[in-house]
Design a protein around this ligand. Structure first.
Ligand code: FMN
Length: 171
Protein backbone atom coordinates (compact mmCIF):
# COMPACT_ATOMS: atom_id res chain seq x y z
CA UNK A 1 0.00 0.00 0.00
CA UNK A 2 1.41 3.44 -0.90
CA UNK A 3 1.75 6.20 1.66
CA UNK A 4 -0.89 8.18 -0.23
CA UNK A 5 -3.62 5.54 -0.08
CA UNK A 6 -2.59 4.71 3.48
CA UNK A 7 -3.51 8.28 4.44
CA UNK A 8 -6.59 8.59 2.22
CA UNK A 9 -9.32 10.58 3.99
CA UNK A 10 -11.72 7.59 3.99
CA UNK A 11 -9.13 5.39 5.68
CA UNK A 12 -8.20 8.11 8.19
CA UNK A 13 -11.87 8.60 9.02
CA UNK A 14 -12.40 4.85 9.49
CA UNK A 15 -9.37 4.36 11.72
CA UNK A 16 -9.78 7.60 13.71
CA UNK A 17 -13.39 6.46 14.18
CA UNK A 18 -12.26 3.47 16.26
CA UNK A 19 -11.56 5.98 19.06
CA UNK A 20 -14.91 6.11 20.89
CA UNK A 21 -15.93 9.51 22.24
CA UNK A 22 -18.85 11.26 23.81
CA UNK A 23 -20.67 13.97 21.89
CA UNK A 24 -21.25 17.61 22.65
CA UNK A 25 -23.22 20.52 21.24
CA UNK A 26 -21.33 23.78 21.73
CA UNK A 27 -23.67 26.77 21.95
CA UNK A 28 -23.56 30.52 22.31
CA UNK A 29 -25.91 33.47 22.42
CA UNK A 30 -25.16 35.79 19.55
CA UNK A 31 -26.70 39.02 18.26
CA UNK A 32 -28.37 36.83 15.56
CA UNK A 33 -29.86 34.49 18.17
CA UNK A 34 -28.68 31.18 19.62
CA UNK A 35 -25.99 29.31 17.63
CA UNK A 36 -24.34 25.93 18.05
CA UNK A 37 -22.77 22.90 16.42
CA UNK A 38 -22.30 19.21 17.16
CA UNK A 39 -18.72 18.51 18.24
CA UNK A 40 -16.99 15.19 18.85
CA UNK A 41 -13.48 16.57 19.32
CA UNK A 42 -14.10 17.92 22.84
CA UNK A 43 -11.69 16.83 25.60
CA UNK A 44 -10.73 17.92 29.08
CA UNK A 45 -7.28 19.54 29.05
CA UNK A 46 -6.13 21.05 32.37
CA UNK A 47 -7.30 21.21 35.99
CA UNK A 48 -5.20 24.21 37.10
CA UNK A 49 -6.07 26.36 35.31
CA UNK A 50 -9.35 24.71 34.31
CA UNK A 51 -9.19 24.30 30.53
CA UNK A 52 -10.96 22.24 27.88
CA UNK A 53 -10.26 21.82 24.18
CA UNK A 54 -12.20 21.13 20.97
CA UNK A 55 -11.49 21.47 17.27
CA UNK A 56 -13.88 23.17 14.85
CA UNK A 57 -13.40 22.48 11.13
CA UNK A 58 -12.11 25.44 9.15
CA UNK A 59 -15.27 25.11 7.05
CA UNK A 60 -17.55 25.58 10.07
CA UNK A 61 -19.79 28.62 9.65
CA UNK A 62 -20.86 28.47 13.30
CA UNK A 63 -17.43 28.55 15.00
CA UNK A 64 -16.57 32.13 13.83
CA UNK A 65 -19.90 33.29 15.30
CA UNK A 66 -19.15 31.58 18.63
CA UNK A 67 -15.60 32.95 18.60
CA UNK A 68 -16.90 36.50 18.09
CA UNK A 69 -19.35 35.99 20.98
CA UNK A 70 -16.27 35.22 23.14
CA UNK A 71 -18.06 32.78 25.43
CA UNK A 72 -19.85 29.49 24.77
CA UNK A 73 -21.22 26.45 26.57
CA UNK A 74 -20.21 22.84 25.96
CA UNK A 75 -23.35 20.69 26.35
CA UNK A 76 -22.45 17.02 26.88
CA UNK A 77 -25.22 14.98 25.29
CA UNK A 78 -27.17 12.24 27.06
CA UNK A 79 -28.18 9.11 25.12
CA UNK A 80 -31.70 10.46 24.61
CA UNK A 81 -30.31 13.47 22.67
CA UNK A 82 -29.19 11.39 19.69
CA UNK A 83 -31.55 13.37 17.41
CA UNK A 84 -29.93 16.65 18.54
CA UNK A 85 -26.49 15.41 17.38
CA UNK A 86 -27.89 15.26 13.84
CA UNK A 87 -29.90 18.46 14.13
CA UNK A 88 -26.90 20.53 15.28
CA UNK A 89 -24.71 19.12 12.49
CA UNK A 90 -26.83 20.55 9.64
CA UNK A 91 -25.18 23.71 8.35
CA UNK A 92 -27.57 26.55 7.59
CA UNK A 93 -30.60 24.91 9.23
CA UNK A 94 -32.53 26.39 12.16
CA UNK A 95 -30.65 24.19 14.60
CA UNK A 96 -32.64 25.36 17.65
CA UNK A 97 -36.09 24.55 16.17
CA UNK A 98 -38.06 22.70 18.87
CA UNK A 99 -35.08 22.65 21.25
CA UNK A 100 -35.79 23.79 24.82
CA UNK A 101 -32.96 25.50 26.62
CA UNK A 102 -32.21 27.82 29.49
CA UNK A 103 -29.52 30.41 30.05
CA UNK A 104 -26.10 29.58 31.53
CA UNK A 105 -24.37 31.96 33.98
CA UNK A 106 -22.50 33.43 30.98
CA UNK A 107 -25.81 33.79 29.11
CA UNK A 108 -25.42 30.88 26.67
CA UNK A 109 -27.96 28.14 25.85
CA UNK A 110 -27.94 25.09 28.13
CA UNK A 111 -29.90 22.35 26.34
CA UNK A 112 -32.63 20.82 28.53
CA UNK A 113 -31.53 17.46 29.96
CA UNK A 114 -27.85 17.91 28.98
CA UNK A 115 -25.73 15.30 30.76
CA UNK A 116 -23.43 18.13 31.83
CA UNK A 117 -22.67 21.69 30.73
CA UNK A 118 -19.45 23.69 30.87
CA UNK A 119 -19.53 27.46 30.48
CA UNK A 120 -16.32 28.68 28.83
CA UNK A 121 -14.49 31.70 27.53
CA UNK A 122 -12.07 31.55 24.62
CA UNK A 123 -8.47 31.20 25.87
CA UNK A 124 -6.40 30.43 22.74
CA UNK A 125 -6.60 29.10 19.19
CA UNK A 126 -3.92 27.08 17.37
CA UNK A 127 -3.45 25.76 13.86
CA UNK A 128 -4.76 22.21 13.45
CA UNK A 129 -4.55 21.58 9.72
CA UNK A 130 -8.07 21.64 8.30
CA UNK A 131 -9.33 22.23 11.87
CA UNK A 132 -8.63 24.89 14.51
CA UNK A 133 -7.55 23.75 17.99
CA UNK A 134 -9.52 25.79 20.52
CA UNK A 135 -8.47 26.03 24.15
CA UNK A 136 -11.21 27.39 26.39
CA UNK A 137 -11.17 28.53 30.03
CA UNK A 138 -13.85 26.94 32.21
CA UNK A 139 -15.93 29.47 34.19
CA UNK A 140 -18.95 27.46 35.43
CA UNK A 141 -20.09 23.83 35.12
CA UNK A 142 -22.63 21.34 36.36
CA UNK A 143 -23.72 17.74 35.71
CA UNK A 144 -26.92 15.69 35.96
CA UNK A 145 -26.98 12.62 38.18
CA UNK A 146 -27.85 9.18 36.79
CA UNK A 147 -27.87 10.00 33.08
CA UNK A 148 -26.35 7.85 30.33
CA UNK A 149 -23.99 9.46 27.79
CA UNK A 150 -24.40 9.46 24.03
CA UNK A 151 -21.32 7.82 22.50
CA UNK A 152 -19.91 7.96 18.97
CA UNK A 153 -17.99 4.94 17.65
CA UNK A 154 -17.16 3.95 14.04
CA UNK A 155 -19.60 6.56 12.69
CA UNK A 156 -22.51 5.30 14.80
CA UNK A 157 -24.34 6.60 17.84
CA UNK A 158 -23.95 4.11 20.69
CA UNK A 159 -25.56 3.89 24.10
CA UNK A 160 -23.31 2.96 27.03
CA UNK A 161 -26.07 0.92 28.68
CA UNK A 162 -26.22 -1.34 25.61
CA UNK A 163 -22.48 -1.59 24.90
CA UNK A 164 -20.79 -0.84 28.19
CA UNK A 165 -19.48 -3.18 30.82
CA UNK A 166 -17.27 -1.71 33.55
CA UNK A 167 -13.98 -3.65 33.53
CA UNK A 168 -12.23 -1.96 36.44
CA UNK A 169 -12.13 1.47 38.05
CA UNK A 170 -9.29 3.49 36.48
CA UNK A 171 -6.35 4.90 38.45
C1 FMN B 1 -21.18 12.98 15.34
C2 FMN B 1 -20.64 14.29 14.82
C3 FMN B 1 -19.45 14.83 15.33
C4 FMN B 1 -18.96 16.05 14.85
N1 FMN B 1 -17.80 16.57 15.37
C5 FMN B 1 -17.30 17.74 14.88
C6 FMN B 1 -16.11 18.32 15.38
O1 FMN B 1 -15.47 17.78 16.29
N2 FMN B 1 -15.68 19.49 14.84
C7 FMN B 1 -16.38 20.11 13.85
O2 FMN B 1 -15.99 21.16 13.40
N3 FMN B 1 -17.52 19.59 13.35
C8 FMN B 1 -18.00 18.42 13.85
N4 FMN B 1 -19.14 17.90 13.34
C9 FMN B 1 -19.79 18.56 12.23
C10 FMN B 1 -20.49 19.81 12.65
O3 FMN B 1 -21.48 19.59 13.64
C11 FMN B 1 -21.14 20.39 11.40
O4 FMN B 1 -20.25 20.35 10.36
C12 FMN B 1 -21.43 21.79 11.64
O5 FMN B 1 -22.51 21.88 12.50
C13 FMN B 1 -21.74 22.44 10.30
O6 FMN B 1 -22.47 23.51 10.56
P1 FMN B 1 -21.89 24.96 10.64
O7 FMN B 1 -21.50 25.36 9.26
O8 FMN B 1 -23.08 25.67 11.18
O9 FMN B 1 -20.72 24.99 11.57
C14 FMN B 1 -19.66 16.72 13.83
C15 FMN B 1 -20.86 16.19 13.34
C16 FMN B 1 -21.36 14.99 13.83
C17 FMN B 1 -22.66 14.45 13.29
Amino acid sequence: MTATSDLAPRRLRDIFGTFATGLTVITSSTPQGPAGFTCQSFASLSLDPALVTFSPARTSTTWPVLRDAGSFTVNILPAEHQHLAGQFARSGADKFAGVSHKSSPLGNPILDDALAWIDCELHAEYDGGDHTIVVAAVRHLSARENAEPLLFFKGRYVELAAAGRVLEAAG
